[in-house]
Design a protein around this ligand. Structure first.
Ligand SMILES: Nc1ncnc2c1ncn2[C@@H]1O[C@H](COP(=O)(O)OP(=O)(O)O)[C@@H](O)[C@H]1O
Ligand SMILES: [Mg+2]
Length: 520
């Protein structure tokens, strides 16, 4: 990180804004950068005032933020002034920044450019009022890599006089990936205190809690196996062909890591379940992103939330980033920007460019119930490897789903007439079949008998499947999916509706990229 900061300072940038949760590491990096540039280093905080880091001279009384900014004028040339937590003086959604603060920053920054001085804000989140957006360059401090984490683990083992071999240090560091330095320190120390060793499983559990704290990302631990999913064989086959995609051997073979898939379909057909199964096939952690929670109330905060989430995913990688019910988070992105100042469009744009450019092996699994809510850019070629459409299960798929849920409730599917049950549940989703099993179990429990065909049939008869009430929407969805997506059930592509082809052989609707790719 210090090299990046140095390069900006060498290039003459006067205003830098460093987003980080790791003040200690940031200060250390800034010290290194200052030393190698031959610059002086001053820090300011609201509690300690102004401090010359190199000489130790302090002006403790200088606690006013405007005075702090203006102090830059009196500092010698070739100095970095670090303003700690200065986002707190830059306003928020409910209150704009003080004009005194913004104006003095602008004035001092202009002088700094001429005098080889740098004003560097450190803050845990990005918050820049419009007046200052062009004045500061925002840098995000990367999370510690495996090498740094291993160093932490090693230091801790040594100070606790633990015998830890290379393999166990590596395992501990690996389990801690995605944490900030202080989080990793705490968790590694906790592992030593509680278990007298660096326990990767414990570290991973604690990491899951730490990552989930802000409610945006969740490290999902309840995975599903492929056996838990009935039907959708095409999707299963596609993914199992890639089960070693993140291995060293695959990279050596010249395979680029797969980018991801979009699973589209009717609610209750097992899309979320399939996403969880994908993670166990690929054998990598599953991070669930709540797109709706990305949107913070403050200007710039949503973008910062996204950046942080993606940064965590990259640090944890190889992993799966699961965006469930994507349309809910992104529907605002289609809005003209009148409603939310264009925030959702910007966040969405950030997501798209990350999906396009990312180099870390993060496999995106997006699920969606409603395509009409999804912006067309998302479906363009290059974002996803494949778009899958999950339709209502076929008779054979329903039989498999019945068997799964009967077995899951500890009953023998062999004792039931599965073909009849499957035939009776045409147009049911997997979720509705599961619910019928549960309803029947209640009835049987109440009547004091075991699960049988009769009670299941009664439960079926009492159910009105969602598809019956969806009517036209279902038709539209299928129509849309035809020619654009690959059916999750089998390996054959749904034929283009009406067979109308564009000159390039695509569906002739401007979204030919994916269709063409799928046809290939
Ligand atoms: N194909 C399926 N095989 C087995 N169970 C299914 C299937 N589809 C749905 N279910 C059951 O219904 C539940 C809800 O499905 P879910 O994956 O949330 O659907 P979606 O995300 O498509 O709305 C699942 O947890 C599972 O128990
Ligand atoms: Mg779902």
């Amino acid at each position: 990180m210090h090299q990046l900061i140095e390069s900006y300072i060498r290039a003459g940038f006067a205003g830098l804004y460093l987003v980080t949760h790791e003040e200690v590491r940031a200060e250390r990096d800034l010290g290194t950068a200052a030393a190698s540039l031959g610059y002086g280093l001053h820090t300011w905080s609201v509690t300690s005032g102004l401090l010359n880091v190199q000489s130790g001279a302090a002006r403790r009384e200088l606690t006013d933020p405007v005075e702090a900014v203006n102090a830059a004028a009196d500092l010698p040339e070739r100095t970095i002034l670090v303003l700690k937590d200065f986002h707190q003086f830059l306003g928020d959604a409910s209150q704009p920044a003080s004009p005194l603060v913004t104006r003095s920053l602008k004035d001092r920054l202009r002088e700094c450019r001429g005098g080889n001085k740098v004003i560097l804000v450190t803050a845990c989140l990005q918050r820049l009022p419009p007046e200052l957006e062009k004045e500061f360059t925002v840098l995000t401090m990367p999370l510690p890599d495996a090498g740094v984490l291993r160093g932490l683990a090693g230091g801790l083992a040594e100070s606790a006089a633990l015998a830890a071999d290379d393999a166990s240090l590596d395992a501990a560091a690996d389990a801690a990936r995605g944490l900030t330095t202080p989080e990793a320190e705490d968790i590694l120390a906790l592992s030593v205190v509680r278990h007298r060793r660096l326990d990767p499983a414990f570290i991973a559990d604690e990491k899951a809690k730490a990552i989930g704290k802000d409610g945006i990302l969740e490290l999902v631990q309840a995975r599903a196996s492929v056996q838990d999913v009935g039907g959708i064989d095409g999707l299963k086959e596609w993914i199992s062909r890639r089960r070693n995609a993140f291995s060293r051997e695959a990279a050596a073979f010249g395979l680029p890591p797969p980018k991801g898939i979009l699973i589209l379909g009717i609610p209750g057909t097992g899309k979320s379940l399939a996403a969880r199964a994908v993670s166990s096939v690929l054998g990598v952690p599953l991070l669930k992103l709540d797109a709706g929670r990305l949107f913070g109330g403050l200007v710039g905060e949503s973008e910062a939330n996204l950046r942080k989430a993606l940064q965590t995913a990259e640090a944890v990688s190889p992993c799966i980033l699961w965006m469930d019910e994507l349309e809910k988070g992104l529907s605002g992105a289609r809005s003209s920007g009148m409603t939310d100042g264009g925030t959702s469009a910007r966040v969405f744009g950030g997501m798209l460019s990350w999906m396009q450019d990312r180099t870390a092996p993060v496999f995106v699994v997006a699920t969606a119930n409603d395509v009409s809510q999804l912006p067309a850019e998302l479906l363009r070629k290059g974002r996803f490897d494949e778009l899958f459409f999950v339709d209502l299960p076929s008779a054979a798929e329903r039989e498999a789903i019945w068997a799964i849920h009967v077995r899951r409730r500890g009953r023998d599917p062999g004792k039931l007439d599965l073909p009849t049950l499957a035939a009776m549940t045409e147009n049911f989703t997997g979720a509705e079949i599961e619910q019928a099993v549960i309803d029947a179990l209640y009835t049987c429990f109440d009547a004091g008998r075991d699960l049988d065909d009769f009670s299941l049939e009664d439960a079926i008869k009492a159910t009105v499947p969602l598809s019956a009430t969806m009517g036209d929407r279902l038709k539209e969805l299928r129509q849309w999916a035809r020619g654009r997506t690959r059916p999750a059930s089998g390996s054959v592509r749904l034929e283009s509706a009406g067979g109308r082809k564009g000159p390039d052989g695509s569906g002739g609707n401007g979204k030919g990229g994916v269709a063409r790719k799928l046809a290939a």
